[in-house]
Ligand binder design. Structure first.
Ligand SMILES: [Zn+2]
Length: 74
């Protein structure tokens, strides 16, 4: 599914990326319980290679992914 860069951290040389998951993979936000269709992770600066996801979790927004904790920087 499409991977979109939503934030850049030039100091860490890292991008925050968002993946929209397929219809059948969608579910509840791991933080707030609302319908969720995104996964978040980080990628090496400027590349499309995803380094890590907030493992196995779905979120409705990046705010929830940050609140949950893990790999998404502030
Ligand atoms: Zn949420």
């Amino acid at each position: 599914m499409p991977l979109v860069t939503i934030a850049r951290d030039p100091f860490a040389r890292m991008d925050v990326v968002r993946e929209t998951v397929a219809q059948h993979e969608r579910g509840e936000c791991s933080w707030c319980g609302q319908p969720a269709r995104f996964r978040y992770g980080t990628a090496n600066d400027g590349s499309r290679f995803v380094r890590s996801y907030v493992v196995g979790k779905l979120f409705c927004s990046v705010g929830c992914a940050r609140s949950y904790g893990g790999v998404i920087p502030e």
